[in-house]
Design a protein around this ligand. Structure first.
Ligand code: C2O
Ligand code: CU
Ligand code: CU
Length: 575
């Protein structure tokens, strides 16, 4: 939206700072163990006197900050009033795949989705957002996203700022594109309007003491290179998966879409000063969205990318007005944080490689779709099957001209190397679920463990977190399977599978309770291989289901049915 950006810049340059600056919106919090989230349509006045159609959670834009306590079990109620199908994914959280809210766990218009899960992650900053295949970008860009703050005892024992909205501030940074009628243009490479927590040209008053910012790059594509306008150092205390071992002092912190970071800034003695949180995007190298050249080769174009005052220049993100200290300020940076046990590559059960590649080569490749291991995402394909409790080393190589942030659901990973170099920058330490894979043959290697949750029918996702790429198919599905599960797990004597042996085209599963519904099922052979799986449409969900077995060769099989309450396993014979 060139016109409006220009006007804002003019106002700013003429020093009408008080007119141009808006108080930073701080999303309200919700806590406890029962959460009602209503996804709704509304309008937001980003530009004075102009209404923009937006989506929000319990409001017009963005969503409340959810505060979870590690160890609690939370019951979510997610009501979809958007008038269209969507999903809600708890990005970064270790939950079962049915509770994860990926593309397969759709919430139909008018429906309420009720996942219930234990909070297993350490103290950290997570987020939630829609994940409907091909519509993730649109639903996020129009406004659905919210922060999750997880608390735990280890964090509570540290002398850290933790008064929400006072010295502990959510900072959701996004760029969007608007048309001349002030409406959001989804899926655009012309994202020239910057906002924090939905506020354009924001300022925040922060006390002259140590403050904590929870940074979330909630942009659809843009990478930021955070720093302060006076170049004072700040301290990285947490990455995606939680606190680091010690605070790391730095002046720059790159963050790609989907990533979070917790930083401490020492504002002691700076009362009445103004400092800006900035992005030093001029320092981002070629091949990164946000630099002057999104492709490695400067001749490669991205439709609509330039001109854009945010590309390759240094710009302000958030004005910080330093005010008087609070009555009980945090005035020092802790010397240590938490223990992080390094996962040992020598014990890895499996190595896997993932190659990111454009569909079209040549000068237009940045605009084209991208694949992982040569294939595009397919709702009915499981790309990778991982045994429960596996310790795995993944190498992700990027054979495209643009860097892609690689995100994995279910787990947090420890980075081993970047471009083969094990001498990591400080911001790559700790736990991550999303990290930028450098362009032009660059790579990252990481180690992770797949624990606690197995389900061989409903997958988790791995994907590029540039939402346009994700929607374009740069995503894969993986299941975590428990090869040791019992044969007749969870079945009751009131659940019937008939006829058994099956000699015709169908076998029928009937559950004992007609209020329970079968949502998906898998057929596994005696070698433990999945021979068939089927995700049912919500209009097919029922307590009774006819399952096609005409194609199966003779032998013994296990049927695993995933209901809204349990996994029912039953053995049958095919004649
Ligand atoms: Cu933040 Cu699969 O997503
Ligand atoms: Cu995720
Ligand atoms: Cu990508």
């Amino acid at each position: 939206m060139k016109k409006i950006t220009l006007i804002l810049l003019l106002i700013f340059n003429q020093n009408f700072n008080l007119i141009a600056q808006n108080p930073l919106f701080i999303p309200p919090t919700m806590s406890g163990s029962d959460f009602q989230l209503t996804l709704q349509t509304g309008t937001t006045e980003f530009f004075p006197g102009h209404q923009t159609a937006t989506y929000g959670v319990n409001g017009n834009l963005l969503g409340p900050t959810l505060i979870f306590q590690k160890g609690d079990t939370v019951q979510m109620h997610v009501t979809n009033q958007l008038g269209q199908t969507t999903t809600i994914h708890w990005h970064g959280m270790h939950v079962s795949s049915v509770n994860d809210g990926g593309p397969h766990i759709m919430i139909q218009p008018g429906e309420t989705w009720e996942p219930r899960f234990p909070v297993l992650n350490n103290a950290s900053t997570m987020w939630y957002h829609p994940h409907l295949h091909e519509f993730t970008e649109e639903h996020v860009a129009k406004g659905i996203a919210g922060m999750i703050i997880i608390k735990d005892n280890a964090e509570a024992q540290l002398n850290l700022p933790r008064t929400y909205g006072v010295d502990d501030i959510p900072v959701i940074v996004q760029t969007k594109d608007f048309d001349n009628n002030y409406q959001i243009i989804p899926d655009s490479n012309s994202d020239d309007v910057l906002m924090v927590n939905g506020t354009i040209q924001p300022y925040v008053d922060l006390p002259a003491q140590v403050v904590r910012l929870r940074l979330l790059n909630g942009s659809s594509q843009r990478v930021f290179n955070f720093g302060l306008s006076n170049n004072q150092n700040f301290y990285l205390i947490g990455t995606d998966g939680g606190l680091l071992d010690v605070p790391y002092s730095m002046t720059r912190l790159p963050l790609s879409p989907g990533e979070r970071a917790e930083i401490l800034i020492d504002l002691t003695g700076m009362q009445n000063q103004t400092v800006y949180l900035m992005s030093y995007a001029s320092e981002l190298g070629a091949g990164i969205y946000g630099s002057s050249s999104p492709g490695m080769n400067p001749n490669m174009t991205l439709n609509g990318y330039n001109p854009n005052p945010l590309n390759g220049t240094d710009f302000n993100i958030l004005q910080i007005n330093v005010t008087q200290p609070t009555s009980q300020p945090v005035t020092s940076i802790p010397s240590t944080l938490v223990n992080i046990t390094p996962l040992d590559q020598a014990n890895a059960d499996q190595q896997r490689t993932f190659t990111l590649r454009p569909v079209t080569m040549g000068i237009n490749q940045l605009n084209g779709d991208f694949t992982i291991n040569g294939v595009s995402f397919d709702m009915n394909t499981i790309n990778v099957t991982i045994p429960l409790n596996n310790l795995e080393v993944w190498t992700v190589t990027n054979n495209s001209a643009i860097a892609h942030p690689f995100h994995v659901h279910d787990i947090q990973y420890q980075i081993i190397s970047i471009n083969g170099n094990t001498n990591l920058p400080d911001y790559a330490k700790g736990w991550h679920d999303t990290f930028l894979v450098p362009a032009g043959g660059g790579s990252i290697q990481f180690i992770t463990e797949f624990k606690d949750f197995a389900n061989d029918s409903i997958p988790y996702m791995y994907h590029c977190h540039m939402l346009r790429h994700e929607d374009g198919g740069m995503m894969g599905a993986f299941t975590v399977v428990d090869n040791n599960t019992g044969v007749e797990e969870n079945a009751t004597q009131n659940d019937f599978l008939f006829p058994n042996p099956a000699s015709g085209y169908y076998i029928t599963l009937q559950l004992g309770d007609n209020t329970e519904v079968i949502k998906s099922y898998t057929i596994i052979n005696t070698a433990g291989q999945m021979v068939y799986h089927n995700l049912l449409d919500p209009n097919e969900w029922n307590y009774m289901l006819s399952i096609p077995v005409g194609q199966l060769s003779k032998g013994t099989y296990i049927l695993k049915a995933y209901t809204n309450r349990r996994i029912v396993s039953k053995t049958f014979l095919k004649n």
